[in-house]
Design a protein around this ligand. Structure first.
Ligand code: SF4
Length: 367
C-alpha cells in the first residue's frame, strides 16, 4: 500500500466510522504488514526551554499570555541535556526529542547551543529529534548537518478549525516549515491533537492536511488534549478513549508505513485503552513522567505495561543521514527567510478571555 496515496475526505470518513471492531481489525492487519506489532519505539521528550512562548495556541500552558502554573526555564545547559538523554537511553529510549517553546528558530547563540546539543546526542548513538517552532530551510539543513534525524512540527488540526485554536501563526506557515524540513535531509514528524472541541470532520481534515505535504510524515503523533487550568481549553472534556482508538486506527490505515505515536494524554487512558491503541497501530510513545509540562506515565509503569502486553522497545534505526547530500548552499541563511512567517491576526474570543483573565490574576498577585 502506498504511504502517499491521496485519500478523499469521504474515504477517510468511511474508515473512521466503521464499526469499531472492524476498524481495529483492519488497522491491526495493515499494521502487521509494515511494522513489527511487538515492538514499540520509545522517545524521551526533553523540554530544553520551557514557557514564555509568544504564541497563543489555545491548548498550551507554555504560552506566556495565559496564567498557568508551569516552571519556566531558559535554554538548558548542554551537560544537563546529555545527562537526561543518557538516563533515558538506559531505560530503553532510542530517540530523544528536544522541545523549545519558541515561535520560530532564530539564528544566534541559542540556536548554536541547540546545534551543539544535537551533535552531542548524535554522538551518543541515539536518534535525535527537535521541535523548535517554525524553521527555515537553511536552519533545517544546519540541524541535519549536526546529526538531527527528525524535526517535529504538528499541524494540530484541520485548516478550518485551526483558526479556532491559534491566531498568531497561520496553517500555511506550518506546512511551509514542514516542507523546509523535507527539503533538508531530515525526516518529518507531524500530527495533531484531538479533544479540542473539533468535529470528526476536523479530525479527518487534519489527516487531509498531512496529505497536502509533498511526502507523508515518517512519524505521526496523535495527542489527546490534556486540559490545563489557565489555558483557553481548561474546561474541555477529556476525549473518550474510543475516539482516540478510532483516530489511531484511521491514521494507521491512511498512512500504513508511518510510525503512529500515541502521544499526550496517556495519563487519562487506562492500560486497556492504551493496549487497544497499540492493537490499532500505535507503535511509539513518549517515555518519562513528564511530557514537556503535563504528566505522563513513568518509565516503570510503561515497562510493566510492555511486559504485560509482550511488547519490547525497538532499537535505534540505522539512519541514512550520512548518505543524504546536504546542499552546502542551503546552509547559509538568506535574507528572505527572516521575514516569511505570517501573523494572521484574527481574534479567538476564548484565547483573548484567557489572556485577560491571566493579566488580572498577575495584577492581583503584584498588589
Ligand atoms: S504549542 Fe508551541 S508554539 Fe504554541 S504556545 Fe505552546 S510552545 Fe508556543
Amino acid at each position: 500500500m502506498d504511504n502517499n496515496k491521496h485519500w478523499t475526505k469521504e474515504e477517510i470518513l468511511a474508515i473512521y466510522n466503521k464499526p469499531l471492531m472492524e476498524l481495529i481489525y483492519e488497522a491491526a492487519t495493515v499494521h502487521r504488514q509494515y511494522h513489527d506489532p511487538l515492538k514499540i519505539q520509545v522517545s524521551k521528550l526533553i523540554s530544553i526551554k520551557t514557557g514564555g512562548c509568544p504564541e497563543d495556541c489555545g491548548y498550551c500552558p507554555q504560552a506566556a499570555r495565559y496564567h498557568t502554573n508551569i516552571e519556566k526555564n531558559d535554554l538548558m545547559p548542554l551537560d544537563e541535556v546529555l545527562a537526561k538523554a543518557e538516563a533515558a537511553k538506559a531505560t530503553g529510549s532510542s530517540r530523544v526529542c528536544m522541545g523549545a517553546a519558541w515561535r520560530n528558530v532564530q539564528d544566534g547563540k541559542d540556536f548554536d547551543q541547540v546545534i551543539e546539543m544535537v551533535k552531542g546526542l548524535s554522538a551518543m548513538n541515539m536518534e535525535v529529534c527537535c521541535t523548535l517552532g517554525m524553521v527555515t530551510e537553511s536552519q533545517a539543513s544546519r540541524l541535519a548537518e549536526a546529526g538531527l534525524h527528525y524535526y517535529n512540527h504538528n499541524i494540530d488540526t484541520s485548516e478550518e478549525y485551526y483558526k479556532e485554536v491559534i491566531s498568531t501563526r497561520g496553517f500555511n506557515d506550518r506546512i511551509e516549515t514542514l516542507e523546509n524540513v523535507r527539503k533538508s535531509a531530515l525526516k518529518v514528524c507531524s500530527g495533531g491533537i484531538i479533544g479540542m472541541g473539533e468535529t470528526v470532520d476536523d479530525r479527518i481534515g487534519m489527516l487531509m492536511g498531512l496529505q497536502k505535504l509533498s511526502e507523508a510524515p515518517e512519524s505521526i503523533p496523535i495527542n489527546a488534549l490534556v486540559p490545563v487550568e489557565g489555558t483557553p481549553m481548561e474546561e474541555q472534556e477529556i476525549v473518550p478513549i474510543w475516539d482516540v482508538v478510532r483516530m489511531i486506527a484511521t491514521t494507521r490505515i491512511v498512512f500504513p508505513k508511518s510510525t503512529v505515536r500515541l502521544s499526550a494524554g496517556r495519563m487519562q487512558m487506562s492500560k486497556e485503552g492504551q493496549a487497544l491503541c497499540f492493537m490499532a497501530g500505535a507503535s511509539s510513545i513518549f517515555a518519562g513522567d513528564k511530557l514537556l509540562t503535563t504528566p505522563n506515565p513513568g518509565d516503570n509503569e510503561d515497562m510493566q505495561l510492555f511486559n504485560l502486553l509482550g511488547l519490547t522497545p525497538s532499537e535505534k534505526k540505522k539512519d541514512n543521514t550520512e548518505k543524504v547530500k546536504i546542499r552546502k548552499d542551503t546552509l547559509l541563511p538568506t535574507s528572505e527567510e527572516k521575514v516569511k512567517w505570517s501573523r494572521p491576526g484574527h481574534v479567538i474570543e476564548k484565547n483573548k478571555q484567557a489572556a485577560e483573565k491571566a493579566k488580572a490574576i498577575r495584577k492581583a498577585l503584584k498588589s
